[in-house]
Design a protein around this ligand. Structure first.
Ligand SMILES: [Zn+2]
Length: 69
């Protein structure tokens, strides 16, 4: 059953395929605290669910933004 929903694209998907920004704590840059603050401005918390393509998009977006600051 597809009972999870992506907060960004609103697509429904399986619970086991949920991604959250918590996975960004494993990347070297930007630092995780920076990541938390960045997404807080977009009204995204560590508990929001996203599908794979949206989390990849956010991953790229935030890394690009970090490079420029
Ligand atoms: Zn999505």
């Amino acid at each position: 059953m597809k009972d999870a929903q992506c907060k960004k694209c609103l697509q429904k998907f399986h619970q086991k395929d949920i991604y959250t920004i918590q996975q960004f704590q494993y990347r070297k840059t930007p630092p995780y605290q920076w990541t938390i603050d960045y997404f807080a401005k977009l009204h995204i918390t560590e508990w929001d669910s996203f599908c794979e393509s949206c989390i990849l998009e956010y991953q790229k977006e935030s890394a690009d933004h970090f490079q420029k600051t």
